[in-house]
Design a binder for this molecule. Sequence first.
Ligand SMILES: O=C(O)CCC(=O)C(=O)O
Ligand SMILES: [Fe+2]
Length: 134
Amino acid sequence: MPHPWPAELAALRRRLQDELGARFNSVLANLYRDGRDAMGWHSDDELELGPQPLIASLSLGAPRRFVLRRRDDPARKLALQLEPGSLLLMGGSTQRHWKHALPRTARPVGARINLTFRQVQPHPRRPPPAAAAP
Ligand SMILES: O=C(O)CCC(=O)C(=O)O
Ligand SMILES: [Fe+2]
């Protein structure tokens, strides 16, 4: 069940929509309590996000390292330090071609909160069915 937007998140959403000229109808909140909390390799490529989702990812709290790697060439990697107050935008075919992760770290780090704003389509378009045999 969707929840109503708390005022603070509604304000953030409004500002992002105005700045980016995009629409967001959902936000996913992740809490990383310390360096042991992490997120594994994945793409945000759920059907309901559509083929070219724009994901706006706001980082708060402790800085953490964020890594990307090509799906077709996992040796091709990028690493970013996500600082508090930073906004990472992933758009276009990023999810189709890249995976991303937030690795665990042995360094002593405080808590981090990450908010990813997304536009979930109520009626996702499914890939076309395989052609029927003649
Ligand atoms: O915490 C982050 O910066 C990444 C979060 C993420 O990839 C996700 O929620 O899909
Ligand atoms: Fe993600």
